[in-house]
Design a protein around this ligand. Structure first.
Ligand SMILES: C[S@@+](CC[C@H](N)C(=O)[O-])C[C@H]1O[C@@H](n2cnc3c(N)ncnc32)[C@H](O)[C@@H]1O
Length: 246
């Protein structure tokens, strides 16, 4: 599961312009990340650095992006070289982070569900906790533990399909297929129930765990039909999650 984004780094980066990513994912994630002015922020699973750069542009004093995929880090570095913002990138596994120092906030747009089993999920959460001082927040977008029983094709109008292998149990494989124009590519994630996420975060030293509904930037999504996002939001495949270092 760790190497899968090396094959699809550029294709994944191109999905950035889908209505869903622009008007639901971006406001949801950046809203969760909050006011970062003057903060030192760690962006885990940073991919091509889109949010890493957005956080720096939003006024974070220092932003470090980390991703396990060398291809993703290469894209992020290219973006930094083409238009320098002073963002630093590190290729590393979030479950075994090198010492990057202390951060005021750790963010991740899609990370925890790439843990292939509970022990790796615990290692990720402990790694994150070590980067934060008491009161520091970790915020993330994540697989929604309240998985929909919608058929796999139900999200096709939004540019992807999603299916679950086997019963809804911790460690079950979730398969995504992204459909963008003539492009089609896939990646996998793991299902964990809400109680598992909450327990591993608690054991890693986090409290105040909260789940957050997605939001839509309806004003920005001006040319999109008013009800376009309704079916998606009725069964959101992903959800926001925040917690605070005790
Ligand atoms: C869905 S992409 C999201 C990328 C970026 N956050 C964005 O929203 O554009 C998920 C990213 O998680 C990274 N990833 C998966 N497992 C990881 C791990 N154990 N440590 C660090 N990054 C990981 C992948 O390489 C991939 O770039």
């Amino acid at each position: 599961m760790n190497a899968q984004y090396d094959e699809i780094a550029e294709q994944y980066a191109r999905t950035r312009h889908s209505p869903l990513r622009r008007w639901v994912e971006q406001p949801s994630f950046l809203g969760l990340a909050g006011d970062v002015r003057g903060l030192r922020v760690l962006d885990l699973a940073c991919g091509d650095g889109f949010y890493t750069r957005a956080l720096k542009q939003a006024g974070a004093t220092e932003v470090v992006g980390v991703d396990i995929s060398p291809a993703m880090i290469a894209l992020a570095t290219q973006n930094e070289q083409a238009s320098p913002l002073g963002v630093e990138y590190v290729c590393a596994d979030a479950a075994a982070l090198p010492d990057l120092g202390r951060f005021d906030r750790v963010v991740a747009a899609y990370l925890l569900h790439y843990a292939p089993d509970r022990s790796v999920l615990s290692a990720m959460c402990s790694s994150i906790a070590r980067c934060l001082g008491t009161g520091g927040d970790f915020v993330t977008l994540n697989e929604n533990p309240a998985q929909s029983d919608e058929p796999a094709g139900a999200y096709a109008r939004y540019g992807f399909t999603k299916s679950l292998d086997g019963p809804l149990a911790d460690g079950a494989t979730i398969r995504y297929r992204m459909l963008a124009g003539r492009e089609s590519f896939g990646f996998e994630a793991c299902y964990y129930c809400r109680e598992t996420y909450e327990a591993v975060l608690h054991d890693a030293g986090f409290g105040a765990v909260q789940w957050h509904d997605l939001v839509v930037d309806r004003a920005a999504a001006d040319g999109v039909d008013a009800d376009y996002f309704d079916a998606y939001l009725a069964h959101p495949p992903v959800i926001g999650l925040s917690c605070r270092r005790r």
